[in-house]
Structures are given as structure tokens and as C-alpha cells.
Design a protein around this ligand. Structure first.
Ligand code: HEM
Length: 482
């Protein structure tokens, strides 16, 4: 092919197929925040990949090729970045941490977080994880005795906030037993507001605040106060430990290794000439809380949508869990937890059909040419991930909920895993995926071994709601002790 014919066949963003919109508004009016992901998927089915839609006057290209997603995600942070509005808005929230930070600042933060969420660290932390799971069991037992309907999403978020705080910051807010601790409720406001503002055609909140914006501002003031107090307590503990070590050893300056992510971040920040600020540490505390809360809670909640609808499946998971747990109400050891593959598979399969992240969004940092399309630096790119998970080329009988597909040794195994991008891919792949898997195993095994669960609503009414991540609209259940 000659250079002339290459450029002749090269398409521009404006040449791509597009859904009909309105002048100035573009397609904004067709994309209500809560369900816009479904509309993007419908357009992909109609227009193919890639297509372009418009957020007011901003063109956004939409792709549903899983290999392209892998390629883009692999080339971060040097050639692609996350969708820039995410970073801009998170900065305003004081939450520009590992998820949204770009460039050279990303790598050192990534190293710290990877260490904090590593398998050896999670293994050491296992007794605390089991204790928090036992607390959730007691909460559910009390609800079962009182014949109270349980808001499963709310309880799962309390569980994940307690776990993330205890693991990453060495402090357990115990939101499961303490109704007055509001941190979980306040954190839950962040992602919906991020979603609303990222998709807003202009930054109205810089000029006028609606009641929802004011309530959110107040919640963020409380959250940041909570984080600063947490940082101050941690610093005080670190000073006390250093003083004790100074008395006991002549090598006082060889401070002990940090016990958790917050200690590691504070040690780094307080080292002479670190260039790191308290604001950056606080942003990462908030990032971890938000990233670890809703995602994992939602994954487990989606699994309940299928477990609650299928008594035979529920009985099977219960038998599997009881065999592994023995007489214990929660999984007794890290080694036993590793046998609970079915408990993780029910969550993985649920998020294949109801992805928590149905698309991820990026921008090239330089001009790129992808599949014959020229994308100038900064072009918005949405990568849809459900089409590949519903493609029979990747998953046999894709519409069927079949957790066993994740347990079978099949020649398709590797292919299936490649088309499942719920944790992203490449250098920025989710660092919390091991922790999330352990949480899924602990909660699903504890639930099914100790209780039977029935919907307290018509399951047909449960639908997908996008608030940055996509969760079930509701998941009220009645639990009865086995
Ligand atoms: C089922 C649960 C979870 C899901 C579905 C999930 C999903 C994701 C996805 C899709 C990404 C973007 C990956 C990419 O760009 O390639 C991500 C990034 C991230 N996740 Fe998770 N996540 C989960 C649990 C967690 C947990 C438990 C934590 C921590 C406590 C966590 C912390 C993070 C952080 C800090 C990032 C940013 C990483 C970076 O940009 O370098 N996630 N997650």
C-alpha cells in the first residue's frame, strides 16, 4: 500500500458513524446518567465499532474490540491516560490519588499500594478479615431473629469500608456495629457526584450550588476531617513506636517497617525533601476507601441476584461452603479460603452479565492511528467491555448464568479470561483484585453456610443503575438461619 493510499483510507473522528443528536446538545439528552451505559451498548450494536457520539460539542469515540482495549491499557501511562475530566473532578474532591494521577507521579504511588494489597500482606491480615466477616454474620443473625429485611447493598458497603480501612490504614471504623459512624454513607455520595460532574456539559457548580451539591460539600468536609484525624493518630502512633525503639536499641534511626499503606505513605511524606504533601496522602486514603468500597460490595450484590433466584444453586454453594468451613461460622483460615472457588465464581459470573465497569475511558497523549482512524491527542475514547463478554466466540451460551464456566479446565479458559476485563488490564490493572476475591469468598461462604436468603422484592424489578460503577437498583433480602 502506498503512503497516498494509506492516508486516503485513514478516517477522521468525524467520518465515524454516529447516532443522530441535536445541535449544541449533541447526544446529551439521550444519555441519562443512570442508564447511559445501556444506550452506548445499544448504539454499538447498531453502528458497530468504532462510532462517535457527542457530549454537547465534545466528540467521544466508542470501541468494543477487546484486543484493542488490551493494547490501549498496556500502553499506560506513557501513551494513554484516563479520561481527563475524571482527574479534574477528583482533584476538586481532594481525591486525586492512585486511580486518577497521571505521569511520573503514578509509579511510586502504585508501588506503595501494590505492596499494601499484596497477597502476603492479605494473608497476614486474614484473621482481621475473618473477624470483620464474623461481625457481618452477627449483624445478619440479628436481622434474621428480628425478621427484618436486610438492605444487602448497604451492609456489604459497611463490610468493605471496614475491611479497606483496617487493611490499608490500620484502623477499623466498625461501621457494621456502629450506626452512628457515617463515613460509609458519606463515601457513597462520591462516585455518583463524580459521574454527574464528569458528564456535565459545563462546570455549573463553580457558579451555583444546588441542594445536592451543598449536601455533598458538607459530606466531603466531614470525610476529609475524618481522614486528617486518622493521619494525625497514625503519626502519633508512629512517633510512640519510634520512641520505644529508640529506648530499646542503639540504632534508633532504623525505624521499623511500616505496618500498612498509611504508615508507608506518611513515612515517605515526612522523609526530608520528599516533595509529597499531606494533601496527596489524604487523596490516596480517600481513593482507597472509594475504590475498595462500592466495587466489591456491588460485585457480591450482583451475585445475590442469581443466588436468591435459584434454590438449587444456593443449596449447592451452602454445601460447598459448609464442607470448607467445618463447624466454624466463617472460613477459619487463609488456606481453607483458597478452596472456596465456587464462592468467587458466582461473583465473577454475575459481573460478566452485569459488569461493574461496563466501559473504561481513556485519551491518547499523542496522535495515534487505531484501526484506520486518526485520533489526535486528547480524543475521548470509551472502551465497552460487555459486548465481548456476551459474544459466543468468547463465552459458550453467553446469556446463561453459569458460574461453573470459571471452574472448568477448558481449552477456552484463557480466551474467556482475556475477554473478561472487569479489573482492567496492563500496568494499571486493579491492585485490589486479590483483596476483592478474598472478600467475595468470605462473604458468600458465610452467607450461604449460615443462612438461606430470599428476595424481599420482585427480582424482576432489580435493574442496573450507573453511578460511575454499575450496581443493582436494590437488593433487599430476608435471611433465615440454617
Ligand atoms: C470487585 C471489585 C473491584 C473491581 C470490579 C475493580 C475494578 C477496577 C477497575 C476496572 C480499575 C481500572 C483498571 C485499569 O484501568 O486497568 C480499578 C483500578 C483500581 N482499583 Fe479496583 N476494583 C475492585 C476492587 C478494588 C479494591 C478492593 C481496591 C482497594 C482496596 C481497589 C483499588 C483500586 C485502585 C487504587 C485502582 C487504580 C489503579 C491504578 O490506576 O494504578 N479496587 N479497579
Amino acid at each position: 500500500m502506498t503512503a497516498a493510499s494509506v492516508s486516503a483510507s485513514l478516517r477522521e473522528v468525524d467520518d465515524l458513524p454516529f447516532p443522530r443528536g441535536l445541535p449544541l446538545l449533541g447526544n446529551l439528552h439521550q444519555l441519562p446518567p443512570a442508564t447511559h451505559h445501556l444506550t452506548l451498548e445499544r448504539w454499538a450494536a447498531e453502528l458497530g465499532t468504532p462510532y462517535v457520539f457527542r457530549f454537547a460539542t465534545t466528540p467521544v469515540t466508542v470501541w468494543s474490540d477487546i484486543e484493542l482495549s488490551h493494547a490501549v491499557m498496556r500502553e499506560r501511562p506513557h501513551r494513554y491516560r484516563r479520561y481527563a475530566p475524571i482527574e479534574n473532578i477528583l482533584k476538586e474532591f481532594g481525591c486525586n490519588g492512585l486511580f486518577s494521577i497521571e505521569g511520573a507521579a503514578w509509579e511510586p504511588q502504585r508501588r506503595l499500594v501494590m505492596q499494601a494489597l499484596s497477597i502476603p500482606h492479605i494473608k497476614t491480615f486474614y484473621p482481621t478479615l475473618a473477624a470483620i466477616t464474623e461481625r457481618l454474620r452477627r449483624r445478619w443473625e440479628a436481622a434474621s431473629r428480628a425478621a427484618r429485611v436486610v438492605d444487602m447493598i448497604e451492609d456489604l458497603k459497611r463490610f468493605t469500608v471496614d475491611v479497606t480501612s483496617a487493611l490499608a490504614f490500620g484502623e477499623d471504623p466498625n461501621t457494621l456495629e456502629n450506626e452512628r459512624v457515617q463515613i460509609q454513607e458519606q463515601l457513597s455520595m462520591l462516585l455518583p457526584m463524580l459521574m454527574a460532574r464528569v458528564n456535565s456539559p459545563f462546570a455549573y457548580w463553580h457558579y451555583v450550588k444546588f441542594p445536592r451539591d451543598r449536601k455533598f460539600d458538607e459530606a466531603m468536609i466531614d470525610v476529609h476531617r475524618h481522614i486528617r484525624e486518622l493521619m494525625a493518630r497514625t503519626r502519633a502512633r508512629m512517633r510512640e513506636d519510634a520512641a520505644i525503639e529508640a529506648c530499646g536499641t542503639p540504632l534508633a534511626e532504623t525505624a521499623r517497617a511500616p505496618r500498612n499503606l498509611l504508615e508507608a505513605m506518611l513515612a515517605l511524606r515526612d522523609a526530608p525533601g520528599s516533595g509529597i504533601t499531606d494533601d496527596e496522602v489524604a487523596a490516596n486514603v480517600l481513593t482507597m476507601l472509594v475504590a475498595g468500597e462500592e466495587t466489591t460490595a456491588t460485585s457480591i450484590a450482583w451475585a445475590l441476584r442469581f443466588i436468591g433466584a435459584d434454590d438449587a444453586l444456593q443449596a449447592r454453594i451452602a454445601a460447598h461452603a459448609r464442607r470448607v468451613l467445618g463447624d466454624s461460622p466463617v472460613c477459619p483460615s487463609y488456606a481453607a479460603m483458597r478452596e472456596l472457588d465456587l464462592c468467587e465464581a458466582v461473583c465473577t459470573e454475575a459481573s460478566r452479565l452485569h459488569p461493574i465497569a461496563p466501559y473504561l475511558s481513556f485519551e491518547p497523549l499523542e496522535e495515534v492511528r487505531l484501526q484506520g482512524v486518526r485520533l489526535p491527542a486528547g480524543t475521548k475514547m470509551f472502551m465497552l467491555h460487555r459486548p465481548a463478554m456476551m459474544d459466543p466466540k468468547n463465552f459458550a451460551d453467553p446469556a446463561r448464568y453459569d458460574p461453573d464456566r470459571w471452574l472448568r479446565e477448558s481449552p477456552r479458559g484463557a480466551h474467556e479470561a482475556r475477554a473478561y476485563l472487569q479489573f482492567g488490564a496492563g500496568p494499571r490493572v486493579c491492585p485490589g483484585r486479590h483483596l476483592a476475591a478474598v472478600e467475595m469468598r468470605l462473604v458468600v461462604s458465610m452467607l450461604t453456610a449460615n443462612f438461606t436468603a430470599q428476595f424481599a422484592t420482585n427480582p424482576a424489578d432489580i435493574h442496573e443503575v450507573c453511578t460511575f460503577t454499575v450496581g443493582p437498583s436494590e437488593m433487599p433480602m430476608r435471611l433465615a438461619s440454617r
